[in-house]
Structure formats: structure tokens, C-alpha cells
Design a protein. Structure first.
Lengths: 62, 433, 346
């Protein structure tokens, strides 16, 4: 499991092993201030980071 | 910076034609105040009532509680950036009606959106003036002008909240002016040089870092928090303790009433305690930093780091008290700020609030960070409640709320203003057994 | 007061490690440290009998030892059960904790033991039994027994038990709200000054270490893997079928989007009181990125997107409850053949 969260310190403190920085508390995989195409790109980047973490051995915190 | 608080004790509040302070009795000219408040064209009407200690009365839902204060003319601006023009708060003379309060009730539909009572301005907090629950709240010993502004139905919710904010400070200043021209019973001069103070070698140098909002609930564009700013994107900012106490800061709307009232910005328990210890020669109080908890991960890290840097390099502190706004994001940011402080050699003490519904310690502490080990545990009182006694008077924002308050059977500590306080006034502690 | 005392073969004078399999025996009156315990109990109270048991035997037969202890306590009409002190001895501490817990539960009389905080019995039984912190130094026998007697008398008399630091027991992890003399502001300032001066201070929250979670191995081939989306941000189908509350949720749901390319905003809502939900309600992918994973599925970057997302409301939840929800979700995912998970948290 990879966890996407803006509150990475909490995830790490509670033992999550693959932690990806989410964009914001109100939108971990988005940003309503961005135009739709840029927001989709942002989401692709975050999801890709999560998948990269899942295919990498050991702990991740990015 | 020196601020003279001209203290006028108030022991009784009565209705009259004109507003005037006679000894310790504050007479309030309700009609004049009503005209004043209704100058705001968004408001259709306003209910005004006087409530004194011991009255069998329950009020809700509370938007904010403010101490009536007014600047001595020519010495500054009242609630600068929020009510008066921008000016440096915290200097000159401020008249304080000690023992009086303006209590503002949300006359709109608190928590109307989706019925979410935790959203924008919709907390179910009450003022309880009699019975067992009232004994746990300092507000029950004060004389309240209770105000329920009603906005026209076509006014947007954010604008209704803005109107409530303006009405609240307007009324506080209006009442405070009754002290102007009257000899105060006593004067408290708050005088603090700041970080560059000399001649106190060897004393611990302490700063206060306090969050004034948590952006996990956002802010509205017309919301006033620090000198009128809505604090979106705000970087940590140094404030002289006097500015904090003298109207530069009011509470935000969301979570606004839960454990936070503007009254305890004006009488900030931590700032006043550090002032007291500074005067007693226990420490040197070097200043305050106002910050916000961000909803964005980048901003959260940035703000935490910058607040710590300011404490260390701006205020020259080697110790800091760090406190949070209500909620989980503020909790995280407080811990991060303390972590940065400790890395810089600024020792910290922090204030967590325990809401664990299962009353187990493992559920209370979200984070463990080496060095962040001085932790005070405020209880939000999930296990403290009182039987609600019948009251002869209910003052409520609308009929639904009135019915709810009149038939209440249990009052939970978190719902009674003044019992649970995230600004440090509360003496309800969560203890691990 | 009548007291039954439990000790191991070493304190019972039978022998050391070579006698650790000695069978359980009951002796009348106090034995070994029980003599000091008897003295400390005063005139009115006595150790009426002592259970002595080998450490290995006890560790391997915890239930039988508990049953024997219960029958002895019952037969002797005891109103307090004391085990140890066990200091650092792990098998002894575990047995003492287990027997105390059983006696307390079955007979409803108070039971007390003592050991060091590092003793494995401490973590196992501190929540259910009063464990006096003995430290690991056996020369602290006298003060440890004295603390056990003080607390034991209070428990027997039904008096209010003080805080762990006052009574000397290991915190049991129960939170109680109390009005105290000093405000939070004043306690903060006092604690900070003590810390700055290098004086001792006591945090009001236990400093607890969460156990590290083993890191699962990496996914070797994503293009063959089934990926599932899980969130604690409270996304639910319109109408909130499982009635998630705004906080402290005890429930979770699995919601199918089979055949859908994306999540339609009109079909979903959020039940979570901890953040401004408007952004996610405008576009659920800001929390559950089905659209992106569908793309990746189409391009073959992942084998398959699991056709349902799992959701709960993570807001102020008790840890024990969160663990249960996590276990239940993991089981559901395993049973559905899911290989790996992206969890989004607010």
C-alpha cells in the first residue's frame, strides 16, 4: 500500500511505509485553483509517485 | 510598546434610554445600539437582550464572545482593519469594561449547508448562565449584552457571517465607549520592549507561537482574522503581545466558537501568563508569532519552518510555547513547528487537545517526535457533561435552536462556552490513568 | 484483610533456573518476600497463603495456573491477590499479570502485581491490572511492596485511586477529564520553564512508541497487478448508504464503479467533518483518482483497476477502531484478489 496524504508526519508517525505527499487536505489528488488540464496532470504525477513507491523495495517518503 | 488598559469594572447591566456607565452599572440604550447595528443594510433586524450572572438563561448558538473595549480617542483604532482603519494596535489607552461581554448569536442557519454543524460558523456552542454547567464557565459570572442579528434571506452565507463579525465588534466598541471620559478603577500598563530588551541576562527568553486559524476549513474572502486579513496564504507574522491583546486578532468563523472566543484573544491566557512571569523576573518575554495551519502540505511545512526561524532569529527566543487551532491539520502543524524549533535549539511546550471518544490514551496522541516532549493535555471533555436544568429564558438564533435548547437534557462540556478553551484558559485536563 | 500471594520458584526458595519447571504448590502463610509483605500489611491484614510456581511451568500452562490460583483464592476467602514483585523476570511477570487478570475477572477482588516497565508482562497486562513500577533493581523490594500494599488497601476499601505517578503504577491508558487547579496556559509556562532550566517535568500525554509496521515487498510487475483505491476522506455514494458519521466512524463501505470511466460528481457526496468538503464534492477525483487509474489501466501500465473503492471517515477515530477497520478492509481486498493499494488520506 502507498498512502497519499498531505499530513505526511502523521502517516510516518503511525507506521505507514510508503508515503506520498498529497496536495492538500481538502484535495489530496487535485487542486481546484488549477485549470482542469493542469489539475489532471497534477493528479497523474501524484498517482505515478504512488505507483513508483509500490514497485520500489523498502520505505518511501516523497 | 506600552498599552494602558483603563479598567472599569461592571457588575450589573441594565436597559436604559442612553448608554452610560454609572459606577459599576452599565446602562445600555438598546434602541440607539439597534440603529447603529442596523446601519449594515444586510441586516433586517437584531434582537438585543441583557443577561446578568445568576439569570436562568441559556443562549445559543454562540458566534463569538467579545469584551467591550474602546480606544481613548486619538490613541489608536478599534479592531484595526476589521472595524477601524489600519493602525498599530497595542499602544495608547484602551478602555475595558471588565466583567461585561458582548455575546453574538448566529441568527442565520448555523451549519445550514448539508446540516454540517462543524462547518463555517455552525458550532453548537451555548452560553449557560445558571445551573451546574455554568459553574465551570467564567462567562457565567459576566454581564452579557446578547445580540442576535438577522440578515435578509437573500444575503449569501459568507456575507451573513461577515455581518455578524461587524456587528459583534461594533457593539463591543459601542459599549466600550461608555468607559471613555470616566476615571478607571485601575489601570494596567502592559509595557514590553521586545526581543532587543537589555539588562535581563541569564533569564530564559520565551516566545509564543499561536495559530489563529486552521485552513482545513478554509476562509471566506471577506473573513477577518488578523488586522482584517483572511489569512489565506499567510506566512507566520510576528505580533507584539499588545497587538494580539488589543484588537488585531479576532477568531475565524469555522470552529469559531468551539474552545475559541475573541474574548480570549483580548485576554489571551498564555500571553498574559508570560507577561506576568516577565514582570516577576522568571523569564524574558520576547514576543509572539501568529501563524495559521495550512491545508496544503507545502505550506504546512513552510509555515512550520518559518515560524520556528522567526522565534529563533527574529525574537531571539530559546524557548517557545506553541499552540494550535482546533482540528487535525493544526495538530500536525503545531508538532512540525515544535520539531523545527527543537532543531534550532528553541525548547518547546505544546498544547494538545484530547477528543478521544473511547477515552484511551493510544487514541489521543497522533504524533511522537523526539524532543517534542513537553505536552499539556487539554481535555475537550468527551466524558464530562451535566444535566441541563430547565431555564426560564432561552435566547436563540431561530425557532429550531430555541426548541432544542429549551428541551436539552444533557449539556456536554465541549458545548458550553468557557469550559473547553484551546487558547489556554481551560483548567479541564485530560489525565492518563 | 486476607491476602493470597503468588511468587515464582526463585523467591519461593526452591531454586533458580534449574528448578524453573517446579510444579505449582500452595503453602500456608507468607513465604520469602511475603514475610515483608505481611509486615507491611500491618496488624489487621495477613498473607494467608502463598502460591509458588516454577517460571517455565507457569509460562507453558498459564490457564491451568490461573485456574489453580482462583480456586486457592476462593478457598482461602481472600479479599486481595498480590503477585510478585517480578522486576525484570519476563516469564514471572507474564504469569503474574495473567494470574492477576484472571483472579480479578473471575472473583471480582482486587489484584496487584509489580514489575519493571520493560518486562514483557507489563505491556500485556498493564491495561487490565494495576502493575506497580518496581524498576529492574531487586534491592527495591521494600518500597515496591510498600506501594503495592498502599494501593491494595485503597482498592479493597473502594477508595479513589490516584494518578499513576502518585500511586506508582504503570499508566493503564485510560483518559479521564478533570478540572485541575491550574489553567492550561499556566501549566504550559511552568513546563516550558522547567524544561529550559533542565529540571524534570512530566508530559501530560504518554510518550508511546508505535510499533513499526514491516515493509511489504514491492510489486514486481504492475502491468499484471490489480490496484485498488481506498480513502479515509469520507467519499460515499449520494445518500450515504452506510450512514458514515462526520467523525468517529465505526463503519466503512465498498462502493462499486464497475463499467464507469470516472466518478460523476452528482453520484457522490462526502461525510467528513474535518475539512471543507466542497472541493471533493465538485470533483471526487480530488480524493479518489479513478480517472487517472482508468487511463493507466487502458495504457496497460497497471493490470486492472479494482472495480470498487473502499471508504471510511478518518476523523478523530480511536486507534483500536481504525485498526479493526483496516483489518476488515484488508481482508475484503485480499479476498477480491487485489494485489496493491493506493490509500488517499485527508
Amino acid at each position: 500500500m502507498a498512502q497519499v496524504t498531505p499530513m505526511t508526519p502523521v502517516a510516518v508517525a503511525l507506521g505507514s511505509n510508503r508515503v506520498i505527499r498529497g496536495w492538500g487536505i481538502v484535495y489530496p489528488t487535485g487542486d481546484s485553483d488549477l485549470p482542469p488540464n493542469e489539475e489532471r496532470d497534477l493528479r497523474r504525477r501524484i498517482v505515478q509517485q504512488a505507483l513508483d513507491a509500490l514497485t520500489t523495495e523498502g520505505r518511501t517518503e516523497v | 510598546m506600552a498599552l494602558a488598559l483603563a479598567l472599569h469594572p461592571v457588575k450589573d447591566m441594565v436597559v436604559g434610554v442612553e448608554t452610560a456607565l454609572d459606577g459599576t452599572t452599565l446602562q445600555v440604550g438598546l434602541e440607539e445600539l439597534r440603529r447603529h447595528v442596523l446601519e449594515d443594510r444586510r441586516l433586517e433586524s437584531v434582537d438585543l437582550e441583557v443577561v446578568n450572572p445568576g439569570d436562568s438563561c441559556r443562549v445559543g448558538y454562540v458566534f463569538d464572545i467579545i469584551e467591550p473595549r474602546a480606544k481613548e480617542p486619538g490613541t489608536g483604532s478599534d479592531f484595526p482593519g476589521i472595524f477601524g482603519p489600519i493602525a498599530n494596535a497595542g499602544q495608547g489607552t484602551t478602555h475595558v469594561l471588565k466583567g461585561a461581554a458582548v455575546t453574538v448569536v448566529d441568527g442565520g442557519q448555523p451549519g445550514g449547508e448539508h446540516g454540517h454543524v462543524t462547518r463555517r460558523g455552525g458550532m453548537t456552542k451555548i452560553l449557560e448562565m445558571s445551573g451546574p454547567a455554568s459553574e465551570a464557565s467564567p462567562y457565567s459570572t459576566m454581564c452579557h449584552l446578547v445580540m442576535v442579528p438577522h440578515a435578509y434571506s437573500n444575503v449569501e452565507r459568507h456575507s451573513v457571517l461577515n455581518a455578524l463579525r461587524l456587528a459583534s465588534v461594533k457593539a463591543a466598541v459601542y459599549l466600550g465607549k461608555a468607559g471613555v471620559g470616566q476615571p478607571p478603577a485601575s489601570t494596567d500598563v502592559l509595557d514590553l520592549e521586545g526581543p532587543h530588551i537589555n539588562g535581563r541576562q541569564g533569564l530564559p527568553r520565551v516566545a509564543y507561537i499561536g495559530q489563529v486559524h486552521g485552513h482545513q476549513h478554509g476562509t471566506d474572502s471577506d473573513e477577518h482574522i488578523v488586522y482584517g486579513a483572511n489569512t489565506r496564504g499567510m506566512l507566520p507574522v510576528p505580533l507584539h503581545p499588545n497587538e494580539w491583546l488589543d484588537g488585531a486578532v479576532v477568531i475565524s468563523y469555522s470552529w469559531g466558537a468551539r474552545g475559541l472566543e475573541t474574548f480570549y484573544h483580548q485576554n489571551h491566557p498564555i500571553i498574559l501568563e508570560l507577561y506576568r512571569m516577565h514582570r516577576a523576573g522568571d523569564l524574558t518575554f520576547t514576543g509572539c508569532i501568529a501563524t495559521v495551519a495550512s491545508d496544503l502540505q507545502q505550506e504546512l511545512s513552510r509555515n512550520s519552518m518559518l515560524a520556528a526561524n522567526l522565534a529563533k532569529w527574529g525574537l531571539g527566543a530559546d524557548g517557545a510555547i506553541v499552540t494550535k487551532y482546533a482540528g487535525g491539520a493544526p495538530h500536525t502543524e503545531m508538532f512540525e513547528t515544535a520539531r523545527w524549533c527543537e532543531q534550532l535549539g528553541v525548547k518547546t511546550a505544546i498544547l494538545v487537545s484530547d477528543t478521544a471518544p473511547d477515552r484511551r490514551a493510544e487514541s489521543a496522541a497522533l504524533m511522537q517526535i523526539p524532543g517534542v516532549d513537553a505536552i499539556v493535555n487539554l481535555s475537550e471533555g468527551a466524558d464530562v457533561a451535566w444535566p441541563a436544568q430547565p431555564v426560564s429564558r432561552v435566547i436563540a438564533g431561530n425557532g429550531d435552536v430555541a426548541a432544542t435548547l429549551a428541551s436539552a437534557e444533557i449539556l456536554r462540556s465541549g458545548d458550553v462556552c468557557g469550559v473547553v478553551n484551546n487558547q489556554g484558559a481551560s483548567s479541564l485536563q485530560s489525565i492518563v490513568y | 484483610m486476607r491476602v493470597v500471594h503468588y511468587i515464582n520458584q526463585f523467591f519461593g526458595g526452591i531454586g533458580g533456573e534449574e528448578r524453573a519447571d517446579s510444579p505449582l504448590e500452595v503453602r500456608p502463610g507468607p513465604v520469602g518476600p511475603g514475610r515483608l509483605l505481611d509486615q507491611l500489611l500491618g496488624e489487621e491484614s495477613h498473607v494467608v497463603s502463598t502460591i509458588v510456581c516454577g517460571d517455565n511451568l507457569a509460562a507453558e500452562n498459564l490457564d491451568d495456573v490461573a485456574v489453580a490460583a482462583i480456586s486457592e483464592v476462593k478457598a482461602s476467602g481472600a479479599d486481595l491477590f498480590v503477585a510478585g514483585p517480578c522486576f525484570q523476570a519476563g516469564r514471572y511477570g507474564t504469569a503474574a499479570g495473567a494470574v492477576c487478570a484472571a483472579v480479578k475477572e473471575k472473583l471480582g477482588i482486587p489484584a496487584i502485581t509489580a514489575m519493571s516497565v520493560e518486562n514483557p508482562g507489563a505491556d500485556l497486562y498493564r491495561a487490565s491490572v494495576y502493575i506497580i513500577d518496581s524498576g529492574d533493581d531487586v534491592s527495591r523490594m521494600q518500597p515496591t511492596l510498600a506501594a503495592m500494599v498502599r494501593l491494595g488497601k485503597k482498592l479493597s476499601a473502594g477508595e479513589k485511586v490516584g494518578r499513576p505517578s502518585e500511586e506508582g503504577y504503570l499508566p493503564q491508558g485510560a483518559l479521564k477529564s478533570e478540572f485541575v487547579e491550574k489553567s492550561a496556559a499556566s501549566r504550559l509556562a511552568d513546563m516550558l520553564l522547567a524544561k529550559m532550566r533542565g529540571e524534570s517535568f512530566e508530559a501530560e500525554v504518554p510518550i508511546q512508541a508505535t510499533e513499526p509496521v514491516p515493509v511489504p515487498p514491492a510489486v514486481t510487475d504492475l502491468s499484471q497487478a490489480t490496484v485498488a483505491l481506498v480513502t479515509d476522506g469520507g467519499l460515499v455514494p449520494k445518500g450515504n448508504p452506510h450512514q458514515f458519521p462526520l467523525a468517529f466512524s465505526r463503519v466503512w463501505g465498498a462502493y462499486s464503479f464497475a463499467g464507469e470511466e470516472a466518478l460523476a460528481p452528482d453520484d457522490y457526496e462526502v461525510s467528513h467533518g474535518g475539512y471543507d468538503n466542497r472541493h471533493v464534492e465538485q470533483d471526487p477525483h480530488r480524493l479518489v483518482p479513478v480517472d487517472t487509474l482508468r487511463e493507466l489501466e487502458k495504457h496497460g501500465a497497471i493490470g486492472k483497476l479494482h472495480e470498487e473503492f473502499l471508504s471510511t471517515t478518518g476523523n478523530g477515530n480511536p486507534l483500536a477502531n481504525s485498526r479493526r477497520i483496516g483489518r476488515e478492509m484488508a481482508k475484503r481486498l485480499k479476498d477480491s484478489g487485489v494485489d496493491t493499494v493506493v490509500l488517499t488520506s485527508t
